[in-house]
Design a protein. Sequence first.
Length: 223
Amino acid sequence: MNPIRQLEKAGQSVWLDNIRRSLLTGGGLKRLIEDDGVKGVTSNPSIFQKAIAGSDDYIEAISELAKQGDSDAESVYKQLAIADIQSAADILQPVYQASGGRDGYVSLEVSPRLAHDTEGTIKAAHYLWRTVDRNNLMIKVPATKAGLPAVEALLAEGINVNVTLLFSRKVHAQVVESFFRGLERLDKSGGDLSKVASVASLFVSRVESAVDRLLDEKIKAAT
């Protein structure tokens, strides 16, 4: 059996940590969902940088924006990213519906420049949520000191959140507290808790890399 399907039977949902236009337009993501059981997609500026700079997928779209007089790099990036996220969200919508909102999300990150700006993060999240306009969108917010109040505020408004840059149990506990505070505020305001979702994305690969280095050092010291 496909390993992803095996994880699915164990109650686990596998998300694809990658996105590019040809994956969306060529049916690749749809096949991963239907054949392999992928349940969601996540993205970040680094992933988009590799997709845009490392392929020909976006040449036509960038040329069209240039013809319209849009040559600002950040503006072009936002338009390209938002279009891809909308397409991915539409492809994942059947998964979202079939799971009752448990799966089928696609994540889009606020600018890393806002990692220490609570109000800026909230404002940027509002823009992305409004512009993408998909109920299976998750806004990625870093688990920084300034990011956690933004997480609470966004959940209180019914906006789905994916918390990133999470490396420790201590910070994870703080994230969970932010989740609960935000949901309590949403409930008190009469919001529907069943319509909002949140995840805490622990950087397992980063932890593994750090542990690997420590193990290598111990092995060298013992030989």
